[in-house]
Structure formats: C-alpha cells, structure tokens
Design a protein around this ligand. Structure first.
Ligand code: MRU
Length: 358
C-alpha cells in the first residue's frame, strides 16, 4: 500500500544484497525506518519486541529467519533448533508455527547444500501467497461493504480494532483489505479506529495507513465503540485474527471480545478477516485452549509519544508501586461472529464450515 504516495510492503528480500528488510514498526507513525535482519538474534528480537507484528507478518518473518540461519549453517538439526527458538518468541499467533512448519517440512529431506536456496524460495513464496490471499480477502469483504452502501446510500461506517492492515501482513492486510478495495472502487466509507491500548496499534498504525491512502477515519479510545453502536454510527465491524479455532472461536487483540459483545447486542454484523494460515485446525475450543500472550507490564504503566521538541519519549502514567497485568489477546466465542472472510470465500464461524477450508 501507499506511504507518501509510494508503494511499500512490510518485508522483502533484496536479491542484489542478499538481505531481508523490514519496516521498524515501533517507530511508526513518527519515523519510517527500514532495517535489515542479518542474524537469528535480530529476527527473534524483531518479532518479540514488535518491530514486526501482526499474525501474517510474524509468520513471513519467521520463514525468512530460517533462511538467515541457513546461510550460517544448513544442518537440519541446527535449523530445527532455530525453528523452535523463533517459534517461542510470541505464543498466540498461529501463523508463526504454521510458517515454520511450511519451511521445515519442505527442507527436512534435502541435502545440506540444497537447503539454503530452497528455504529462500519457500520464504519468498509464503510472502507472495500472503499478498495474494489478503487481496482475495479484500475482494470478498468489499462485497459486504458494497451491499451495505447499496442498501443505505450513505457512507458506510466501519469499526476496526488494533491494526489488521497491510502493516500486520505483507501488503493489503486482512481486516483493512476490504476497506482499501472499497475506497479504491469509490464506495464512500468512514473508519472508526480503536486506540487499542496498551500498544496503541490503532492510533499509531491503522490511522497512519488510512491517512496515507486518504481514507476518512476518526480515532476513538477503546471504550467508545458500544456508544457508537447504540446510536447507529457503525454499520459493520471487521477485525483480524491471530488464531481461530476449529469451532470458530476467534483470538485477536485484547478488547476484540468486548466489541463483539456490543455488536451482538446492537445487531451489528461482526466479521473477522481470517487467512487460512491463521486457523488452528487442531484447537477445538478457542476460549479454553488458545494460549494468550502476557507481555511486559511496562506496556501498561508507560506510554510513548512526541514531546514538545518532537522527540520520542516514554512516560509513566501510573502511581509508583502499581502492579499492572498485560494480557495481549482475548478470545471471542464463535456465536458472536457473523462470519469469517477467508481467501476461499466468506464462511460460517463453525466447525463444519471451517473444516471445509482445510
Ligand atoms: O500484538 P500485535 O500487534 O501483533 O497484534 C495484532 C493483532 O491482534 C491483529 O489484529 C492480528 O494479528 C490480525 S492481523 C492481520
């Protein structure tokens, strides 16, 4: 998608330098910094500290992580250990283990001198598939937005939570792909952007993406959605997912569940854009069994922003001695989800429909 009118993706392989490059998302919206990933330590740091984040992007980065490791040592036992190490960086988004398995299963029987080249080929393919799948999700989701517009004949108000735009994937994104396509096809839309405390991915990333594409949007703090729904100011909610269970329970950024409850109470459709790489077919009950990441309490007790000199500063916002907990995700039970938008079409959030995607 566009940044200052130029097309950019979140991660790419540069052939002439043999380097993997990413955007350091910790600095957006204040600075656009491109960095290289040269070592497995840097790959693990990038995922854990959220230089890259968002379920699909974590998966693609992990795949390139195996390539980076294979340049140093292409022994398969070594790479299996590296794969376990990368997999332990963040526990919730299943795309991480999915991408690592995609790579490892395809190289496990190769000769050592074939491994590095093949790993790069697979990582590049995973990246390209992510772009293609997000675009398809966008096209299916666009039809939903278009239908609402044709019914209302007024701009369509869409609520989204966290960042499930192109920064969370490689390009297009998941939840925002329908939004980008609707805008390109001249459907009048307006996006309500949830702040998404504690890391504020809505304010810092989603708003930046929408501004760069000239899409009308308003930033709201996390507790506003219910009020807007009661007053007919939201036509549709679309979020992403980090892991969807085979029963249709959806794990996504903390706070998604509360939005889904409010949408259900107000009869507002709640859709989840779910690439198949984010479905965990092995988990039967998402609420019970999806592992929820708990992050550093400093993300809750502190907040970052620009000071009066435009320097990025982090300040403390709680009393000394406060104890803060930081659950990064929650699970929305399937009954609150209208449908899932996948690259194979729009399907019910239930066991039968999800099984048909395998
Ligand atoms: O903690 P993050 O920023 O990695 O969380 C991201 C989300 O929760 C997204 O909504 C999810 O990964 C879906 S992204 C296409």
């Amino acid at each position: 998608m566009l940044v200052n009118d130029k097309h950019l993706t979140t991660i790419w392989y540069e052939k002439k330098t043999d380097k993997v490059k990413i955007i350091d998302q910790r600095l957006i919206p204040f600075e656009l910094k491109i960095i290289e990933l040269n070592t497995v330590d840097e790959v693990c740091f990038a995922i854990k500290e959220m230089q890259v984040r968002g379920a699909p992007l974590i998966g693609v980065t992990a795949a390139y992580g195996i390539y980076i490791a294979s340049k140093e040592n292409a022994n398969i036992d070594f790479l299996l250990k590296i794969s376990q190490r990368i997999n332990s960086t963040r526990p919730t988004a299943v795309n991480l283990s999915w991408a690592l398995s995609e790579v490892m299963n395809k190289i496990v029987d190769l000769k050592e001198d074939q491994i590095s080249e093949k790993t790069l080929e697979i990582a590049n393919q995973i990246r390209q598939d992510d772009i293609d799948n997000c675009k398809k999700i966008g096209e299916y989701g666009y039809e939903l937005i278009k239908n609402i517009y044709e019914m209302k004949n007024k701009p369509v108000n869409i609520l989204t939570h966290c960042n499930a735009g192109w920064l969370a994937a490689v390009d297009w994104g998941t939840a925002l792909a329908p939004v980008f396509i609707a805008h390109k096809k001249n459907i009048p839309i307006h996006v309500w952007v949830d702040e998404t405390r504690p890391r504020n991915q809505g304010f810092s990333l989603t708003s930046w993406e929408l501004l760069n594409e000239n899409i009308p949007n308003s930033l709201i703090v996390d507790n506003v959605g219910g009020h807007l729904m009661q007053h007919n100011k939201i036509d549709i909610c679309i979020t992403g997912t980090d892991r969807t269970a085979s029963n249709g329970d959806v794990c996504n950024k903390i706070g998604t569940y509360l939005k889904a409850l409010a949408a259900y109470d107000n009869n507002i459709p709640f859709y989840v854009s779910a690439p198949i790489s984010s479905i965990d077919f092995t988990i039967e009950n998402g609420v019970r069994d999806i592992p929820i990441e708990e992050r550093d309490s400093e993300e809750v007790s502190h907040i970052s922003g620009l000071d009066e000199n435009n320097d990025l500063k982090t300040i403390k916002i709680v009393p000394d001695g406060s104890s803060c907990t930081n659950f990064a995700f929650d699970v929305t039970p399937a009954k609150y989800i209208t449908k899932l938008i996948t690259e194979k079409g729009i399907v019910g959030a239930n066991y039968q429909s999800i099984s048909s995607l395998k």
